[in-house]
Structure formats: C-alpha cells, structure tokens
Design a protein around this ligand. Sequence first.
Ligand SMILES: Cc1cc2nc3c(=O)[nH]c(=O)nc-3n(C[C@H](O)[C@H](O)[C@H](O)COP(=O)(O)OP(=O)(O)OC[C@H]3O[C@@H](n4cnc5c(N)ncnc54)[C@H](O)[C@@H]3O)c2cc1C
Length: 366
Amino acid sequence: MQQLVIIGGGIHGSALAMRLAEQGFRDLVILDSTPPLARWLKTTPCLVGDMLRSPWDANIDPRDDIPEALRASTADLAGFNRHVVDLRDKYRLNSLWMRGTVKKIAPRFNSAGFVVETENQRLRAEQVVIACGLGNPHMPFDAKDDRIRHADSCNFDDIRKGSEVAIIGGSITGLTIATELARRGAVPTVLHRGEIHTSQLEVAPEWRPIPGAERFQYFLKQTAGKRSQLLHQCRQFGTVTNHVLDKAKSAGVTIKTNTPVLSWKKQRGKIVLFGSSDNKIGAFDYVLCATGYKGGISLVPCLSRIQPRIDLVDDLPVLTRQLESSVTGLYFLGRLAELGLGPLGRNIIGAKVGSKIISKAILDAQ
Ligand SMILES: Cc1cc2nc3c(=O)[nH]c(=O)nc-3n(C[C@H](O)[C@H](O)[C@H](O)COP(=O)(O)OP(=O)(O)OC[C@H]3O[C@@H](n4cnc5c(N)ncnc54)[C@H](O)[C@@H]3O)c2cc1C
C-alpha cells in the first residue's frame, strides 16, 4: 500500500514530489507515461520561445534557493529548464516515478483509500493527487490528415523551406511557432479569429504583485460559484506580449486577424481552409492548430468512476483550503485546482503555492 500516488509528473506533480522529498517523505509514486518533467522539457523549447510567459517568480524549489535571474520579472526559459533539471536530479524524482497512464481511480471497497489502475498495474494508495495538466488539445475541426496537427504535438520537423503553413490561433504559442518556422525558411500565416491583443500579463493586473500570494489567499475565501465567474473574467485568454508580437512581425510572419477558420478540404494536394459562408481563406501545405486545450473534470477519463462523488462547479472540483475534493484523500493541483487556487493555479507559481498547501496536508495527515 502506497501512502500517496501523484498522477502526472509535469511541473505541478513534480513540484509536489520535490517538496515532500525535501521533508524526507518518499512514500509516494509519480505515475506518468514519461519520466518527471520530460514533457515540459521536450515541448517548451518549441512552444514557449526564449522567455517564460508569466512574470511571476518562476521557481519550484521547495527551499526557494534559486538564482537571482529566476526572480526577475521575465525569466528565460533555458535558465528555468536548467533549474528544474537540477531539482529533478537533486530530489531523485526518477526513482519515485513509475511508467503508466492511469485508466481508473476507484475508492477502495470497505476501507479508506483508493485503487489506481494503469494499463498494466494496480496500486493501492491512501491519498491521490491529480496533477494531469491542462486537458486535451482542442482542434477547431475534425482533422483526418497528418499535415493538420495540434501545436501540442511539437511535430514540425518535416516542414521544409518554402512550405506554406497556416497557424490557427494568434496567441503566444501560435506566434512563437510561426516565428520559428519563418526562421527556418517556411512561409507561415497566422489566422486569428479576432483582433490580437497585447498584454504583459496572462491574467488581469490585479493578480500582481509578484508572487501574488495574498491574492491566492483571497481566492480561497470566495464561494465556489463566484470564483468560477472570476476565473473567466480575469484570465486574459489569447493575449500576447509585445516581445512575442514584435519578434513575429520582424521575422516576416503574415498575421490575418478577424479570420476564424471553420472547415477545410483537400484540393490538388493542398489543404484549403474556409471561414464563414464557405469563403476560402487560402491553400496550405500544413496546418498547425495553436488552439489551446479543453479542460474540465469530465474530460479526464480516469476520473469517470469517482466523479459522481466529487462536488463540482462548472466542471471543476470544489476544493477545501487544503485543495482536497469532497472525496477524502483526493487532492487536485494545476488547472483542475483553479477553484481553490485562482486563475494562476495552472501556472508555475500555482505549482509552487499548490504544492506547499498539499504537502502540508499530506504530512499533517501522517
Ligand atoms: C505552451 C505552454 C507554455 C506555457 N508557459 C508558461 C510559462 O511560461 N509560465 C507559466 O507560469 N506557465 C506556463 N504555462 C502554463 C503551465 O505552467 C504549464 O501548462 C504547465 O506545464 C502545467 O503543468 P502541469 O503539471 O499541470 O501539466 P503538464 O505539464 O501537462 O503535466 C501533466 C502530466 O500528466 C500526465 N498525465 C495526464 N493524464 C495522465 C494519466 N491519466 N495518467 C498518468 N499521467 C497522466 C501527462 O503525461 C503529463 O506529463 C504554459 C502552458 C503551455 C501549454
């Protein structure tokens, strides 16, 4: 019987495991199909660009013992990634990792705790933390052609010089990919459904000052319904920083605003994109969808069995101050913890604050 199973070894699950390891608690398993932090380290160089997006204290060191550069209002990605690799090795996270994708979580019959099932094993655990990320990549239409891909795949290496590439979505991810493709000699066009709005912040400015700890406390005091509304109001979805927009423009990226893409057809080997009333937008060799993620608990298949017992508001779990759901021993981190942590819950700062709260709860329960 395991004391704790953490589902997901991304920034959030890893931050929690490090914090517990730092306190000498290693009776835990991180379940993920890839080693801790591997996904972040693989995808961010192609999706994030040179600077981290959020100007909040970018560190997940439980001791807060970090280079000055990471306390700066904009930290560089390479520096942050060196920091997480150092921590991964220092806290020997790989030795806490078990390969597996969780298929089912069920309460144990007639006793406290959970049974966690992956494709090839069954674990029993006293407590479970769900840290499985932002959700499923969202596609704007059915895409049965391997030249139409979601940005999350980071699968761009076969795109040759001179290829015409549509990037659907003019957020930071879309513009960053377009800039990189232009640098490689491809011909990228960003198609954005509205105007492009610039902002230095991913969430409304009142969530500053760095690191916004008082705001986290404030958020924990609101009622769940009000919090859900606030989440939508204050996250500035689709905004980009001036830095990212300027780089795209100077790389020669074409940006078409107010151009929603609704459907596509294959014509003479090209992918032709259409907007409303079937108006043709253009013909491309590749289409990359930088169209975000679909979140919510109902889209997490491994929770389907236990979900009826979890209190929800707008498909997010209602959480206690310890980030525990209405199922005793089942905790949430990251995007699914936003009703507890606020709109920065999914970000790096959310991993830091959330892992502090949950590690304390786990250690107190011992
Ligand atoms: C392109 C991009 C750039 C970002 N840049 C920044 C930034 O600069 N600053 C910032 O603060 N935030 C940023 N964010 C937001 C946030 O910090 C990241 O999304 C972060 O990676 C979230 O970490 P996570 O651990 O919640 O999720 P993830 O990194 O997605 O990790 C979740 C893990 O769970 C695993 N998993 C999922 N389901 C299961 C299952 N059933 N069983 C086992 N394992 C499972 C996955 O394999 C994955 O490894 C960015 C997000 C994106 C998408």
